[in-house]
Design a protein around this ligand. Structure first.
Ligand SMILES: [Zn+2]
Length: 416
């Protein structure tokens, strides 16, 4: 098991597969390896933290102990917002937005040309990243300005160490503080990793990705283990295989699917890199016509009424929704991460918070519980009113899709 130290003594982040959910990263384990804080598989006991809800699972002796290997982290502490902004602004001058990504924003997201330009989306290139890093350094005062800036790290080359950039190729979405500082980026990756989603008596792994089908669906050669048999098969994305016994009883199912599409741009696992967390950024999205008048370091209350702020998940969604509603939107990293919103909202002078989470998520028990906790938290920590925006999922999953289809959400009070 590969582990990484966390800020809490005796606790580690699991960098190899979590014994509970099977995913890599984010889940935690204690030093004795008998308690897992899984972020994905619910249990009755849990704790809400800045990174989301941690579900406690006790490992029994049936789970064999694995040899531990603790990753030596050469990462450094993340720099303050004003410094990140300086570097990331320089980065916006060294990167461009690819025609493919501009077209996605225009034709799929229905974004206006002006909005695309003013919001400063960029493309993470697939090659020559060291040239971009060099260009950024050229715009700053010193080499070590990139130290502690998530996304950048030092690689070892044939002629010595050099600065370059981490992350998968994709569309880069800037996260802005309430003072218009760019303090982080999310990447919508072009090619998310393929994963196997399995249920029941089956184990398996992806051996290699194959040429996609003509319709674009991705394929992979996989090794599956059912009972004691190991078979090699080619699975196609979205094609779920389900196996039932003769009695009709469910035995297993397996499906090839694309993993997470949105990633933080971070370099916490690399030499001289930095992690985006501690705390994760939140993003204030204003309607795009405000942007040319919003100076760095300034509070936006002179440009737009911030007495009501809407909250959603995801930067791009917040940008789109802010334009369509003509209201300020705050993007948080997950429905459980509402605590991160409190300080920015207070500073904006917000009196009324409207939560606009995805329609398919709002009805799940986890999000229901997180709404209760959010109401308790705001009641205790603030005098802001809290409402929930809801709509039928058939009209659109996210608030951006709902508004684009010319519907408005129903807003009901959670706390007044
Ligand atoms: Zn887990």
């Amino acid at each position: 098991m590969r582990l990484r130290r966390t800020r809490h003594v005796g606790w580690y982040e699991i960098m190899s597969q979590c014994p509970i959910c099977g995913h890599k990263g984010w889940c935690g384990i204690n030093e004795d390896q008998n308690i897992v804080h899984c972020m994905r598989v619910p249990s009755e006991k849990y704790k809400d933290t800045d990174i989301g809800r941690q579900y406690t699972h006790y490992l029994t002796d049936r789970v064999p102990r694995e040899k531990i290997e603790i990753e030596v982290s050469n990462a450094v502490e993340k720099r303050p917002d004003y410094h990140l902004n300086r570097v990331y602004r320089a980065l916006t001058k060294e990167l461009t937005l690819s025609a493919k990504h501009a077209d996605h924003l225009r034709s799929v997201r229905m974004m206006e040309e002006n909005a695309i330009r003013l919001r400063e989306y960029r493309t993470m290139p697939d090659r020559d990243r060291f040239k971009v890093a060099k260009g950024v350094i050229g715009r700053l005062s010193a080499d070590n300005d990139l130290l502690g800036v998530p996304g950048f790290f030092v690689a070892e080359g044939r002629y010595g160490p050099y600065w370059t950039m981490a992350g998968d190729t994709g569309l880069m979405i800037p996260f802005r503080s309430i003072h218009n500082e760019i303090i982080g980026w999310q990447i919508r990756v072009d090619k998310p990793q393929l994963e196997l989603s399995m249920q029941g008596a089956i184990k398996g792994e992806i051996l290699e990705e194959m040429e996609p089908l003509e319709n674009g669906l991705r394929r992979a050669r996989c090794s599956l283990r059912v009972q004691d048999k190991i078979l090699e098969v080619i699975l196609t994305e979205k094609d779920k295989k389900v196996c039932h016994a003769k009695s009709g009883q469910f035995v297993f199912s397996v499906k090839l699917e694309q993993g997470t599409k949105y990633w933080w741009w971070s370099s916490g696992s690399k030499t001289n890199g930095a992690s985006i967390g501690g705390p994760l950024p939140v993003h204030l999205a204003l309607p795009h016509p405000c942007l040319p008048y919003w100076n760095v370091g300034e509070d936006p209350s002179g440009l737009i009424d911030c007495s009501e702020v809407w909250i959603t998940e995801g930067g791009l969604k917040a940008d789109l929704a802010a334009d369509l509603m003509v209201k300020p939107f705050l993007a948080i990293p997950g429905t459980g991460a509402f605590r991160l919103a409190l300080e920015p909202l207070k500073r904006l002078g917000c009196r009324h918070v409207v939560l606009a989470y995805d329609a398919d998520a709002v009805t799940t028990p986890e999000v229901q519980r997180s709404l209760e906790l959010c109401a308790e938290f705001f009641a205790k920590e603030s005098d802001m009113a809290l409402s929930l925006a809801m709509w039928d999922v058939s009209l659109g999953k996210g608030i951006d899709e709902l508004l684009q289809a010319n519907y408005v959400p129903q807003v009901s009070s959670l706390l007044s």
